[in-house]
Design a protein around this ligand. Structure first.
Ligand SMILES: NC(=O)c1ccc[n+]([C@@H]2O[C@H](COP(=O)([O-])OP(=O)(O)OC[C@H]3O[C@@H](n4cnc5c(N)ncnc54)[C@H](OP(=O)(O)O)[C@@H]3O)[C@@H](O)[C@H]2O)c1
Length: 332
């Protein structure tokens, strides 16, 4: 009955008002999501599950095992853990970041495990030197797997050096968005000529929902989510596989530093080394969306499908919660 009545009400309202009056929009968004999930998303998910099950049992393809890997943001945290996870004899690692000393320490650990390492001391917001470094590395060692992983947490109240936070969108965009897109596109062009490769882009659960404490950061991660989905399609005919890595709360320099823009609840944080293991395994099977810790991802992903006004409520609650409990000032 509802299946017939609700669409008729929506059509009549739309006909008479030339739109759906705002007072009805939130409830209709919620109903629309339910309908779309029951009649489309769930049946299609079941079909995909059955298809994937077949692949798991009958696929004879060997897992992908890249030997030349370039990691941006390799001097600490997730990037450093990835470097150590992939390090073994026969593997060549390009380790890119700004801090040479930290990169050297990561390289030493990887060399101990048998890998060959090259350090690229580069600021990814300097596109010219970034592109040159990537092309020079790729000339010597054709990159098989790129991790576009470098990033900086941009708190809404944090200044960027001398730049006040209200004006700091540009440097943060240059690092978190432009620098990552530039890394990807430079390597993508080379992989396209070779007709093979893997590209993994690190986003965040912050890309699914908004916490006002990290407004610039969330929007750039959302943009990376969207970019990775589109590039997945564009790159496929060239045998280039694109993946989107969506970490939840991971214990790294980014989240451990005092004054971070959300209260630090130790039990919620997971280790970067464990994340690197999950990433390596799932990339070996060419999984597109690698989200871990899984339930943090699931919750944020679900919230992102809620009607817009409910998302605003969540954003408001999170802003207030963080301001009160973490003694952070969302708005200065
Ligand atoms: N930790 C989390 O909970 C979490 C959650 C979701 C997503 N992420 C994402 O995961 C990625 C890695 O972060 P992380 O948690 O491992 O933090 P991290 O330990 O602070 O590592 C960030 C890396 O990015 C590099 N980097 C920053 N700015 C750079 C620049 N301008 N040019 C070149 N390299 C630069 C840093 O090296 P230098 O400072 O030496 O340049 C460092 O190697 C980021 O994209 C982050 O947004 C993290």
């Amino acid at each position: 009955m509802l299946l017939i009545v609700i669409p008729i009400i929506i059509l009549l309202l739309h006909h008479y008002f030339n739109t759906i009056p705002p007072i009805f929009q939130t409830i209709f968004q919620a109903i629309s999501v339910i309908f779309a999930n029951i009649f489309f998303a769930i049946p299609i998910s079941i079909i995909l599950f059955i298809r994937d099950l077949g692949t798991v049992f009958f696929n004879k393809e060997k897992p992908v095992d890249p030997k030349i890997i370039l990691i941006t943001g390799a001097s600490s945290g997730i990037g450093a853990s990835l470097a150590k996870e992939y390090a073994k004899p026969g593997v060549i690692l390009g380790l890119l970041a700004r801090s040479e000393d930290k990169l050297k320490k990561v390289a030493e650990q990887c060399i101990e495990k048998g890998a060959k390492c090259e350090i690229l001391k580069i600021d990814i917001s300097n596109i010219e030197s970034l592109n040159k470094a990537l092309e020079d590395f790729d000339d010597k060692y054709p990159i098989e797997l790129l991790f576009a992983n470098a990033g900086q947490l941009a708190a809404t109240r944090d200044n960027y050096g001398e730049v006040a936070w209200e004006d700091a969108y540009r440097p943060y965009i240059d690092v978190n968005y432009v620098g990552n897109i530039a890394s990807v596109m430079t390597v993508y062009k080379r992989m396209k000529e070779r007709k093979r490769g893997q590209i993994a882009i690190t986003s965040s659960i912050a890309g699914w929902i908004s916490t006002p404490t990290t407004a610039f950061y969330n929007s750039m991660k959302s943009a990376l989510n969207s970019f990775a989905r589109d590039l997945f399609y564009i790159a496929k005919p060239y045998n280039i596989h694109v993946s989107l890595i969506v970490p939840g709360l991971i214990e790294t320099e980014m989240t451990a530093k005092p004054g971070q823009p959300f209260p630090h609840t130790a039990s919620l944080y997971e280790s970067a080394d464990n994340l690197a293991k999950i990433i390596k395994y799932q990339l070996s099977c060419n999984v597109f969306h690698i989200g871990w810790p899984y339930f943090q991802n699931l919750i944020n992903f679900t919230l992102a499908t809620y009607p817009i006004r409910i998302q605003l409520l969540i954003s408001n609650l999170m802003g207030n919660y963080v301001t009160k409990n973490g003694k952070n000032i969302v708005l200065t």
